[in-house]
Design a protein around this ligand. Structure first.
Ligand SMILES: [Zn+2]
Length: 442
């Protein structure tokens, strides 16, 4: 057993406390109490629970700084993204994902939800192990020291009624039954690994026909697994859905029974009032990815209205244009300010809870995201004397409105230190090497 004395701590609820003693045994907190440090290991600064990155496409990390150079839209960005997808093999994806996950760990993420659709080899030919790509991602997460919810994604069509095109052949399993059969074999490999959750994803109403959604929903139901889906990120998706089905994407998901507390609607940007009621009334999580939505020009979703209707907020870095949980948190509030021209929609504590406990629960990691007896012992410690955080009060507002990922000095997951500020340079070197290798491949 080890004892830590936290100079300042936000435990998951209530105000920030000073002088918190925590005992850690077998990867869990077994005592949490205020008191003098004694001979405990002292952690200066502000400590918070481990954070969950609930929406990741690991390979998009290779696009940072490259897709932002020109003009264009979501759809031209997608062409560049596909160019990377076309190059990856299980070996190169392992290396890229491991580096991307190490960057996440360095800024305080202790779990990732990987929305994974790059399943097959060139032309859609399955690998000898049809889950080779999934296994590469799980191994990459293990090496980086991050939990992974592998959200195995069903992706069948280029658009409603149109077959996969080009690199999309690598994403598809023919039909939802084919998807379920493949995932069942992945499930056997992942079972029994406490750091791995196998979940399901419907890519979007664009990529999964309405009559193919039920097997995916059924698989998630049968396994009690998280179910994630991209929802209404772009108006064009809504228009195509209305034209094909006479219903919004949210209404289609509601019809097939896809909404509920195990489900996360990713983006949830362009919604009708009825969509908000359907999502909130079913307690479906709303997974916002503000730095990506900003980068792609998606728009600003109704985060507060969704929360008030009953949808827990969670956060993801999605395309990894930015990997910084503090930037994602404050962006939710700041984007609301821009669109409403009013301040004060979200408190700092609410945003921290979204990134910590609610995020973990949406990935199927229960008992993570709070500093309390019985919870997994994840601790993220921030420097409260950096040029960004000095003089800001060392409280929850410091974390959300002043800090950046660069202020994270130590990350512990289940009692094991998985990143310190000294490791950061090596993560940069590794990212540089693997991203260059992807682009230099011919
Ligand atoms: Zn996404």
């Amino acid at each position: 057993m080890r004892t830590y004395w936290l100079e300042r701590a936000w435990t998951g609820s209530g105000p920030v406390r000073s002088g918190l003693l925590v005992d850690v045994e077998d990867g869990a907190f077994v005592r949490v109490a205020t008191g003098p440090p004694g001979d405990a290991d002292r952690l200066a600064g502000l400590s918070i629970p481990g954070l969950a990155n609930c929406h990741s496409h690991a390979f998009h990390r290779a696009l940072r700084g490259r897709t932002q150079r020109g003009r264009g839209s979501f759809w031209t960005w997608r062409e560049q993204m596909y160019a990377v997808a076309a190059r990856l093999t299980p070996d190169s994806y392992f290396e890229l994902a491991r580096a991307a996950y190490r960057e996440m760990v360095a800024v305080g993420f202790t779990s990732v939800g990987e929305f994974h659709y790059l399943h097959h080899g060139p032309g859609g030919t399955p690998y000898d192990d049809p889950n080779a790509m999934s296994h590469a991602l799980v191994a990459a997460a293990a090496d980086a020291g991050i939990r992974i919810a592998l959200l195995d994604t069903c992706y069948l069509t280029a658009g409603i009624g149109s077959p996969p095109e080009g690199v999309q052949a690598r994403f598809g399993d023919g039909d939802a039954e084919g998807w379920a059969a493949r995932v069942e074999t992945a499930d056997r490999a992942c079972r029994g690994q406490p750091d791995v959750v196998l979940g399901a994803a419907i890519h979007s109403v664009r990529a999964v026909p309405r009559d193919q959604m039920a097997p995916v929903v059924g698989w998630a139901e049968q396994h009690g697994a998280p179910l994630h889906v991209h929802l209404s990120e772009q108006p064009a998706e809504n228009d195509a859905c209305l034209a094909a089905y006479g219903a919004t994407p949210t209404e289609v998901l509601a019809e097939v029974g896809a909404l509920g507390p195990r489900t996360s609607a990713v983006h949830a940007t362009h919604l009708t009032d009825r969509d908000v009621r359907l999502l909130g009334g079913s307690a479906t999580c709303a997974c916002f990815c503000p730095t990506t939505e900003r980068d792609l020009g998606d728009g600003v979703g109704p985060s507060r209205a969704l929360k008030d209707a009953g949808s827990p907020l969670t956060l993801g870095s999605d395309s990894h244009a930015v990997v910084d949980p503090f930037e994602e948190m404050r962006a939710v509030e700041l984007d609301e300010r821009l669109s409403s021209r009013q301040r004060g929609h979200w408190s700092a504590a609410e945003l921290l809870a979204a990134a910590a406990h609610d995020g973990h629960r949406s990935l199927g990691f229960d008992g993570v995201g709070r500093i309390e007896v019985g919870a997994r012992a994840d601790l993220v410690t921030l420097d409260t004397a950096s040029v960004r955080t000095a003089g800001t009060g060392a409280d929850d507002a410091t974390a959300v409105f002043a800090a950046s990922g660069a202020d994270v000095v130590r990350v512990m997951r289940e009692g094991v230190v998985v990143s310190t500020s000294e490791d950061r340079r090596a993560v940069g070197v590794e990212l540089d090497r693997v991203v260059r290798a992807i682009w230099e491949e011919t």
